[in-house]
Design a protein around this ligand. Structure first.
Ligand code: PMP
Length: 299
């Protein structure tokens, strides 16, 4: 995967630089200790032909909250970040893009707080993170971090070592992706996405507290209300999941992607007949600002 080429432009603290020429400090605290915060955002070409960053305010507000949670100086307003991002997209001639802002620290090997931070905005083209085919998911032997050990609601780089380990384990065992439980053994989320399962036309999703409260998860809750699909949030066991009709991951990078199985349990409901599929179609319409399509094709 090529994230940039010699023409790619990024934004670094107010300056537009060539990605191939921009520099960072190899003595940086973020590289050594995983101490940085970031966002994963998508923009879409809309049905009207414009470029729209989906839920831009929500993402940059979360970036600011993540920085605050880690005691990092944060130097820009959400409006400034959104303006800079649209300009990066334009300079790279991108409409359907993945957008990655990162706030990181200076060279500092001590554990003393920093008085400065750096902010970069990078963009690239990226297909759905988990592909477009139904996924074979494995219950991970890794649990999500204890919320008393981390600011679990912050999107902090260091937390992703847990995600990477879980994903490696699942793929090493012939699965497409992992499902992690929380410290109490209840189902929590994927390495980079939240999850829902469906039973008898109703959706269920792990409650907040042990998960990253995703912006796509919030969008799925909104769409469920619009489509009059009932949803319950709570604590669910892997055994309950193995009695479900179907399930899906949702996240900015992954969008909405269904599962074919969890461990050795195959979900019995054909994806196309599920309420989850209606959510998947409605999500596509929402991000591209298309009038909702009649969902007859699901039959
Ligand atoms: N959980 C984790 C651990 C994630 O990394 C992500 C991706 N940011 C999500 C959930 C989904 O969050 P969002 O919908 O805001 O992208």
């Amino acid at each position: 995967m090529n994230y940039y080429n010699e023409n790619t432009v990024l934004w670094l603290d107010g300056q537009f630089l060539k990605a191939s020429e921009a520099k960072t400090d190899l003595y940086g605290q973020s590289l050594h200790y995983g101490y940085s915060v970031f966002e994963g955002i998508r923009s879409y070409g809309t049905s009207a032909g414009t470029t729209k960053i989906f839920k831009a305010v929500e993402h940059f507000d979360r970036l600011q909250r993540s920085a605050a949670a880690l005691n990092m100086p944060y130097n820009y307003t959400t409006a400034e970040m959104i303006k800079a991002t649209y300009e990066v997209l334009e300079r790279n001639n991108l409409q359907d893009a993945y957008i990655r802002p990162v706030v990181y620290g200076p060279a500092n090997m001590s554990f003393n707080p920093n008085t400065e931070s750096f902010t970069v905005i990078e963009t690239w083209e990226m297909a759905p993170f988990l592909g477009e085919k139904l996924l074979k998911v494995m219950t991970s032997s890794f649990q999500r971090p204890n919320p008393k050990g981390f600011k679990i609601e912050a999107k902090a780089a260091g937390h992703y070592v847990n995600s990477i380990m879980a994903s490696h384990e699942a793929k090493g065992n012939g699965f497409d992706e992992a499902l992690l439980t929380d410290m109490n053994g209840f189902i929590a989320e994927g390495p980079g996405a939240n999850m829902f399962f469906e039973k008898e036309g109703k959706l269920f999703t792990p409650a907040t507290g042990n998960i990253l409260p995703g912006i796509t998860r919030a969008t799925v809750l909104e769409l469920s209300a619009e489509l009059e699909i009932p949803v319950e949030q709570g604590q669910y066991t892997p055994e309950q999941l193995k009695k479900a009709d179907t399930a899906f991951f949702c996240g900015t990078a992954a969008e909405v992607i269904g599962w074919s199985s969890i461990d050795n349990y195959t979900f019995p409901l054909p994806w196309k007949e599920s309420q989850s599929r209606r959510i998947q179609l409605a999500y596509k319409d929402k991000v591209t600002e298309r009038q909702p399509q009649p969902q007859l094709e699901t039959i």
